[in-house]
Write a protein of this length. Structure first.
Length: 272
């Protein structure tokens, strides 16, 4: 199956580890995932005897990851990178120490033909630091910067003493994968669902209908969501949830906020 998407970076700090059992604090979702680049570190060692190679070891010794999201909130920087806040001045300080050890997870979207599969990947022991930052403007054109971090994972060990760096679990539905990710990362603040004011609407070509988010986290409005139409030939949707009928047909409009997804099927009729 081909990987076609990446969603929902999350992180939780490691609180304690005893005899291979790990306890994590409350986790948090980073934001909209953009990219993750994993590099496996290997040790290609050779044992020579009588001037010939007698044994070869080519095992995995580490895992490095470069991850990019659309933003890192101050709360996430404090949790994931160890940024410190001065409560008196309300200033945030980046220090020179590496970030805290914790658990990192995300969801990969896989597809073959019309069949989708969702794979949750969890790295149980990793520490992050900032990547270099690039910020610039040129005339009236802005080059947008994204939040990049670099992580170094350490192995955890099975009862048989085997080193392990990442675990994966597959799901046939997005909702099941998302619930598992929240559970693994001990995230309790993002369990509120996202729904729209309707799951089905009808609009004439050339006219508009507005979809409104309800049951969303406090303070979230329509413009905070990522809106998308799966059939722009039939209907388009604005950044505020305004759906415009283009031509007779059907389109599924999706609204997403940090992994929470709601959908509405819009039927477009011919212009009157």
């Amino acid at each position: 199956m081909a990987g076609i998407g990446l969603k929902c970076f999350g992180f939780a700090r490691l609180v304690s580890e005893t005899d291979g059992a790990r306890t994590y604090g409350t986790g948090m979702l980073v934001g909209k995932a953009i990219q993750a680049n994993l590099q496996w570190q290997t040790d290609d060692s050779k044992l020579f005897a009588d001037d010939a190679v007698a044994e070869t070891y080519n095992g995995i010794t580490g895992l490095e990851i470069d991850a990019t999201a659309d933003d890192l909130t101050p709360e996430m920087e404090m949790l994931m990178l160890g940024t410190e806040k001065d409560d008196e001045t309300e200033e945030y300080w980046d220090g020179g120490d590496p970030g805290p050890v914790g658990e990192y997870g995300y969801i990969r979207v896989l597809q073959r033909g019309n069949f989708s599969l969702f794979r949750v990947e969890i790295i149980p022991k990793i520490t992050f630091r900032r990547n270099n930052e690039d910020m610039q403007t040129k005339g009236q054109n802005v080059t947008w910067g994204t939040a990049g971090v670099h992580g170094s994972a350490a192995a955890v060990f099975s009862g048989a003493g085997k080193s392990r760096f990442r675990k994966k679990k597959y799901f046939s539905t997005w909702e099941a994968a998302y619930a598992y990710l929240l559970s693994e990362l001990n995230i309790t603040g993002n369990t509120q669902g996202l729904t729209l004011n309707t799951t089905a609407a009808t609009v004439a070509a050339g006219s508009t209908v507005t979809l409104t988010p309800i049951s969303v986290p406090t303070g979230v409005t329509a413009t905070d969501l990522h809106w998308e139409s799966d059939n722009v030939a039939a209907a388009t949707v604005s950044s505020g949830g305004v759906v415009t009928g283009v031509a007779a047909g059907e389109a599924v409009i999706s609204a997403e906020y940090k992994g929470l997804v709601a959908r509405a099927r819009v039927t477009v009729t011919a212009a009157q």
